[in-house]
Write a protein that binds this ligand. Structure first.
Ligand code: ZN
Length: 307
C-alpha cells in the first residue's frame, strides 16, 4: 500500500503544497502567490490556507503524517526557522512550528515535520525521480536569479550543521574579486547568475532585458551574448569543480530558469570544466540537465519520507 506525505515548497514568488505518495504521484497541488507584506503572519496565511486545502486530498496518510518543508534560505534547520532573502517579513520565522500547528488542527494529530533549504530539496527531488535517480551521490544546482545547491551523498541529503551545506553560489572563485552582497569577495553567483550575465552584456552595449533574451541571442550567434555567457560559465565551472573536488562527487544536475536555455549554457560550462576539474577522481565529472518541473516540491516530499 502506498503512503502519502505532505510537501510544502516556499519561494519568493509562490508557495506550493502537495499530497505526494511514495511513488512520487501527486494527489493534489495547491499554489498560492507569496504575499508581498512586511507582516510575517500575512505572508503565512495563504500557506496555511493551501495546507488545509491540500490535506483534503489525503487518503493514505502515514501514522503520524510526515510533512516536508522546502524553503528559500537561509534556513536554521535545527531551530526550524527560516529567514528567506526574498521574503523580508520572515526573519527567524518558526515555519516548522507553525506548519505543525496548522496540520495538527486540521487532522487532529501531531505530524512529524522536517525542513530543508530549496536547493537541498531540488537535489533530493532530482535524485529521487529525476536526472540523478541512477546515482548514489550527486550535487543539484539551481541557476536562476541566484545560484543554489544541495548534495545527496550515498543516498542521504548532506544538510550540514545548520541545513545550508553546498551553498555553491557563495563560494569564492576570485579571491581578488569585488565584494558580494553576502560580504565575501568574488562569489560564483556574482558572475554566473542570470542578472549578472545580463548586466555584463548591457555594459558592453547589448540592448536586451533579461537572461532569456540573452540566451536566445547567444543561440543566433550574437558575439556579446556568447562572450558574457562564456565568462559566466567559466566562473560556474570553477565553483562546480571546487565542489566536486571537495566532496568527491562526479554527478551534477543543473536546473533553474537560466539552465533551460540548454546547450548555449551547457556547452561552455562543460568546456571550462576541463580547466578546473583536473584531478583523476573528478576529471570525468558530468553535468546533466535537470528533468523535473517541480523538483523542489517532490524533494520536500522525499525529505518527508526520511522523517
Ligand atoms: Zn556571496
Amino acid at each position: 500500500m502506498s503512503e502519502q506525505v505532505l510537501a510544502v515548497d516556499i519561494g519568493g514568488t509562490k508557495i506550493a503544497v502537495a499530497v505526494v505518495d511514495d511513488a512520487g504521484t501527486m494527489a493534489t497541488e495547491v499554489v498560492r502567490p507569496t504575499a508581498s507584506s512586511t507582516d510575517a503572519e500575512t505572508v503565512f496565511a495563504p500557506a496555511a490556507d493551501a495546507i488545509r486545502k491540500a490535506l483534503g486530498a489525503l487518503t493514505e496518510p502515514g501514522e503520524p503524517l510526515r510533512v516536508g518543508i522546502g524553503s528559500a534560505g537561509p534556513i536554521d534547520g535545527p531551530g526550524g526557522t527560516v529567514s528567506p532573502v526574498n521574503i523580508g517579513a520572515w526573519r527567524s520565522f518558526p515555519v516548522v512550528a507553525r506548519v505543525r500547528e496548522v496540520v495538527a488542527a486540521a487532522t487532529g494529530a501531531e505530524p512529524r515535520v522536517g525542513l530543508a533549504g530549496d536547493g537541498h530539496c531540488f537535489a533530493l527531488g532530482e535524485h529521487w525521480l529525476g536526472a540523478g535517480r541512477d546515482v548514489d551521490s550527486m550535487v543539484g544546482l539551481v541557476l536562476s536569479t541566484g545560484v543554489g545547491g544541495g548534495a545527496v551523498l550515498d543516498n542521504v541529503l548532506f544538510a550540514g550543521t545548520t541545513g545550508n551545506a553546498v551553498h555553491l553560489g557563495h563560494i569564492s572563485v576570485n579571491a581578488w574579486g569585488p565584494r558580494c552582497v553576502c560580504g565575501c569577495h568574488g562569489c560564483t553567483e556574482m558572475y554566473a547568475r542570470g542578472p549578472a550575465l545580463v548586466a555584463a552584456a548591457q555594459q558592453r552595449g547589448w540592448r536586451g532585458e533579461d537572461a532569456k533574451a540573452l540566451t536566445a541571442d547567444a543561440r543566433t550567434g550574437n558575439v556579446i551574448a556568447l562572450e558574457v555567457i562564456d565568462a559566466g560559465m567559466r566562473a560556474l565551472a570553477a565553483g562546480i569543480a571546487t565542489t566536486a573536488t571537495e566532496l568527491d562527487v562526479r554527478t551534477f544536475v543543473l536546473g533553474g530558469g537560466v539552465s533551460k536555455a540548454g546547450e548555449v549554457i551547457f556547452a561552455p560550462l562543460r568546456r571550462h570544466l576541463h580547466d578546473f576539474a583536473v584531478l583523476d577522481y573528478v576529471r570525468d565529472l558530468e553535468v546533466r540537465p535537470a528533468v523535473l518541473e517541480n523538483a523542489g516540491l517532490l524533494g520536500a516530499a522525499a525529505l518527508a519520507f526520511t522523517l
